[in-house]
Design a protein around this ligand. Structure first.
Ligand code: ZN
Length: 318
């Protein structure tokens, strides 16, 4: 199962160094999002406030951003047919609204990008249409990539308490930007206040992130954990029995026949049969648990079961 994510953006209009810094910040946020979801196909869309035909700095930044994250703005495609998306009093025209697409979407799924110019449109922006063909042969090509995230529900009391301690410790290393905090001028243009507050915010983020990385367990990739549904109920007891008789049989010098050898063989066969059986029944067991969660109104387990089913489907598609 593949995901196509749509990210709506509204970027600031090019007007001075401070706005450009803001523009770059927005691009950084989008970059994090893109890098955090390597298994997703991504469409960025909205008012970017850049006209790629202009020789300004924001269009150049936007272009290099696209190359950096391996995405392509729709205007690079041969099937792109947009003349303008924005008008100022119907006297000046520019193309400020864009679709930017990740690799496979641009290369294989792109049909057209067009614009509607309707006389009854009250907005100064025109609606832009993206037509994608989400053929499964293209969008199911990539495998799910796991990026570990902090799992707060897995954290025990000690880990949570360690986290609190680490955050406090980290925060105590930050200097309070007292001048900026004490400033009550709502129209303040003091660059040093602005910089001090930004630095402080980054510091708080660092304090929480760092503490989290050192104390809180992370999510695991279910594919690699190799867990099988129903294992603990149906297989584990038989495995333990089989291991017990196997060890006993070893310590008796591996006899070919007799009571111990028979027991070893019988429990081993039962154990191996249970593995095959549980694999076959995995889907059935999952559905049963799923239904139970729904009947019991058990939200946490419900979503845990949904995730397991998703993973199974991804494995099946790959
Ligand atoms: Zn100030």
């Amino acid at each position: 199962m593949e995901i196509v994510d749509c990210v709506c953006v509204y970027m600031p209009f090019e007007d001075g160094a401070e706005i450009t810094e803001d523009f770059i910040d927005q691009l950084r946020c989008i970059e994090l999002l893109v890098n955090d979801n390597p298994d997703c196909h991504i469409v960025l869309c909205g008012d970017f406030n850049v006209d790629f035909t202009r020789n300004w700095s924001h269009p150049a930044l936007q272009s290099s951003f696209c190359d950096n994250v391996s995405m392509s703005p729709a205007h690079r495609h041969t099937e792109y047919s947009v003349d303008f998306t924005y008008n100022f009093d119907m006297s000046r025209y520019s193309t400020l609204d864009h679709f930017i697409l990740s690799g496979i979407l641009f290369d294989n799924c792109f049909q057209t990008v067009s614009v509607l110019h309707d006389a009854d449109n009250m907005s100064d922006h025109e609606p832009v249409l993206l037509d994608l063909c989400l053929d499964l042969q293209y969008v199911s090509l990539t495998d799910k990539v796991h990026s570990p995230r902090p799992s707060w529900q897995k954290a025990n009391a000690v880990q949570l308490s360690n986290y609190c301690g680490a955050v406090s410790e980290n925060l105590s290393q930050l200097d309070l930007p007292t001048d900026a905090i004490a400033c009550h001028n709502s129209g303040c243009c003091d660059a040093s206040h602005y910089a001090a507050l930004r630095w402080y915010v980054a510091g708080i983020t660092w304090a929480c992130d760092g503490a989290c990385k050192n104390t809180i367990p992370v999510t695991r990739c279910k594919q690699r954990s190799g867990r099988i549904a129903g294992w603990s109920e149906h297989v584990k007891p038989l495995k333990e029995k089989s291991m017990f008789w196997h060890k006993l049989w070893l310590s008796c010098g591996r006899p070919r026949s007799g009571a111990v050898a028979d027991c070893m063989r019988r429990t081993r066969a039962a154990y191996h049969y249970a593995i095959r059986n549980v694999r076959r029944k995995e889907e059935e067991i999952q559905r049963e648990r799923f239904a139970q969660c729904m009947l019991n109104n058990d939200n946490r387990n419900f979503w845990a079961e949904v995730k397991k089913i998703e993973v199974t489907e991804v494995v099946g598609a790959g």
